[in-house]
Design a protein around this ligand. Structure first.
Ligand code: GLC
Length: 656
């Protein structure tokens, strides 16, 4: 069109008007007979191309392509902007802790091993669990059963060989299972080569540990070990004291020495290259201590200082959570990130730190807005539920985490591990199922210690093996570490050993075992499995809102809901006496709810919200349908880590 206004182009005008081709006078007949054909000379083709019948479709096509491209581009941007973040594997599955000495013994020596774990991979499939944390299996003199590492790049022969490890990892990955390793940065075994060379002053190992001048009978200060007594040990060879926050056979590494950081980072790389999916970082708060070595303040200033010999008698201002710790951990997180780029290969990091009432210290391991650290620090607070078992205590402990957790972070829940008594013994057998229901219906990642899915109990073993227990039998951790009860075969199907097992098998194994319980859907394991399956199939449980509904001395009740979805769940857990709960005031709930799971067999299929009966230790998972959302009018009682809404018409989630 511009041509009309500017340069005069006779040919163009003519073509527009006549819808015909401009040709040299006298040639009309010749050209009019020619039809377009492949390989036509450019000049002739140009004559045809400006004809309206060719030009208009061409222009239409051109603009159509532009519009489609822009449309696609806009759609892609919209999808990216409105899509909620995809959840990573460690958010979508419970984590199962295997204590390898006690899981399954494949070579009949009475101690569990890596091949044994491989034999039992189907157990995790059955439980619908995809992430397995295996407690240490590094080469170790086993003073602290593997938490005293002699070589971070070797497998202890008791557990197998490096080939066994590679084989286990490959088999796990084949089955879609992730392997989380224990990583123990604070200390090594005194048998580690670094310590041996440090003792005799060989460079560069001389300062790999914390050495201080002292005499055999006078430690440098009042610092005490977690396992009791002074944390200093005089070394005859070096004629100095070295520092140990745990056993004297577990000397603390000196993280003020950059070479130590480098060495420990290399170890992370070694295992990441092998393909492990993450690390549980042991005892991190102990990694640094103050260089000034001042005495720590006594909890009771009047106590005779010579009698102070346990962790709880001092304030650990100079030995726990020292400045610089989080920098080391964030740098390790960055190393993990380098291996996390492939889809589905995110490398996970969880830290272990018991901070008791100083929960802000635990939360700090989530990192900051600028520096990522743990995916989550272990949440040990539910371990205190049995101390004052009640609905109120359950709510208090859940809320302790939820109200202190930085916004947008991912919660997690631990109800047992190799250091703490089993649920059946601390809370009571009658509460195992309700506590498992709590664990699996709260928002976030649950961690299950082996055996909790069948309700194993603490066992009073005949010979104490745990060094902590040898120091003080009341602190022994052996009772919660006894062999997994697979069946009623000898040694509970854990081992074919004829010389016994490393710890006694629980006396109840012939009635409490995996095989027997798998035969019934109503068993502890059957219900665990049902909850685990439900957690992964119901979006509302994996990523919906979590709202407190009720708590009293007996009952703790909460609901899970998702915007856009009419289906919701109400969980009612009884940690006290038989009682009927009236929730008629909850407008957002329909009058009747459907029983989806009850830890005790009940006849009712539907329950009225005004009268919800629960007995001692009973857990009820009730399903309901409602168009009203509770969280909208109860903002302060509800949490969600990453808000997302459901669009039923398209069956998708979007950011809202
Ligand atoms: C952690 C472990 C514990 C071990 C200690 C020392 O707390 O869970 O079992 O004894 O670290 O490594």
């Amino acid at each position: 069109m511009e041509l009309r206004e500017g340069i005069q182009n006779a040919a163009f005008q003519e073509e527009e008007e006549d819808d015909d081709v401009f040709v040299t006078p006298g040639m009309e007949n010749e050209y009019n007979q020619i039809k377009p054909y492949p390989g036509m000379p450019k000049e002739v083709l140009m004559l045809y191309s400006s004809k309206a019948c060719y030009r208009i479709p061409r222009e239409i096509l051109f603009w159509l392509i532009i519009v489609c491209t822009l449309g696609l581009f806009a759609m892609t941007i919209t999808i990216v902007v409105v899509s909620p973040r995809c959840m990573s594997w460690w958010q979508l599955t419970p984590v199962y802790q295997v204590y390898p000495r006690s899981f399954r013994d494949s070579n009949a020596d009475g101690v569990g091993d890596l091949q044994g774990i491989k034999e039992k991979l189907s157990h995790f499939e059955y439980l619908n669990i995809k992430a397995i944390w295996i407690s240490p299996f590094y080469k170790s003199p086993m003073r602290d059963f593997g938490y005293d590492v002699e070589d971070f790049q070797q497998i202890d022969p008791l557990f197998g060989t490096m080939e066994d490890f590679d084989d286990l990892l490959a088999s796990m990955h084949d089955k879609g299972l992730k392997l989380i390793m224990d990583y123990i940065p604070n200390h090594t075994s005194d048998k580690h080569m670094w310590f041996q060379l440090s003792r005799n002053g060989t460079e560069p190992y001389k300062d790999y540990y914390i050495w201080v001048n002292c005499t055999a009978d006078k430690p440098p200060n009042n610092w005490v070990s977690v396992f009791g007594n002074s944390s200093w040990e005089f070394d005859e060879m070096r004629q100095q004291c070295y520092f140990h926050q745990f056993l004297k056979e577990q000397p603390d590494l000196n993280f003020r020495n950059p070479r130590v950081i480098e060495e420990m980072t290399d170890i992370i790389h070694f295992w990441l290259k092998k393909g492990v999916d993450g690390f549980r970082m042991d005892a991190v708060k102990h990694m640094l201590e103050a260089a000034h070595l001042r005495n720590e303040p006594q909890v009771d200033p009047d106590q005779d200082p010579s009698t102070v010999d346990t962790e709880f008698e001092l304030y650990h201002d100079y030995t726990y959570t020292q400045a610089g710790l989080h920098e080391i951990l964030t740098n390790w997180r960055r190393e993990l990130d380098k291996y996390s780029r492939e889809p589905g290969r995110y490398r996970f990091m969880v830290t272990e730190s018991y901070d008791y009432e100083e929960i802000d210290k635990t939360m700090r391991y989530y990192g900051t807005n600028y520096a990522k650290e743990s995916d989550f620090p272990f949440n040990f607070y539910l371990l205190y539920l049995p101390d004052d078992l009640s609905g109120n205590q359950a709510k208090r402990l859940v809320d302790l985490w939820m109200s202190n957790m930085p916004k947008g972070k991912w919660p997690n829940w631990v109800v047992g591990n190799h250091d703490k008594p089993r649920i059946a013994s601390s809370a009571g057998k009658e509460y195992v199922r309700a506590i498992n229901m709590l664990l699996l219906t709260l928002p976030g990642t649950p961690t299950t210690y082996y055996g909790e899915e069948i309700g194993m109990v603490n066992v009073n073993v005949s010979v104490i093996q745990d060094p902590f227990g040898q120091h003080d039998p009341s602190n022994s951790r052996d009772p919660q570490r006894t062999p997994m009860q697979w069946s009623d075969d000898p040694n509970a199907g854990f081992s074919e050993s004829v010389n016994g097992t490393w710890l006694d098998v629980a006396p109840d194994y012939s009635t409490v075992n995996v095989e027997i319980q798998q035969a019934s859907a109503d068993s502890t394991i059957g219900q665990y499995r049902a909850l685990s399956l439900l957690r992964s199939s119901e979006m509302v449980l994996s990523r919906g809102w979590f709202c407190y509904i009720w708590s009293d001395t007996n009952v703790f009740a909460y609901l899970r809901e998702l915007d856009g979805l009419s289906k919701g769940f109400l969980v009612v857990l009884n940690f006290g006496n038989n009682i009927t709960t009236n929730l008629s005031w909850v407008r957002e709930l329909p009058d009747t709810l459907t029983v989806r799971l009850s830890t005790e067999s009940i006849n009712q299929k539907a329950i009225s919200k005004s009268s919800i009966p629960t007995s001692q230790g009973q857990g009820l998972l009730l399903e309901y349908s409602s168009s009203q959302r509770f969280h909208l009018s109860h903002q302060h009682e509800c949490y969600v880590s990453e808000k997302a809404c459901y669009l039923p018409a398209l069956d998708i989630l979007y950011k809202c």
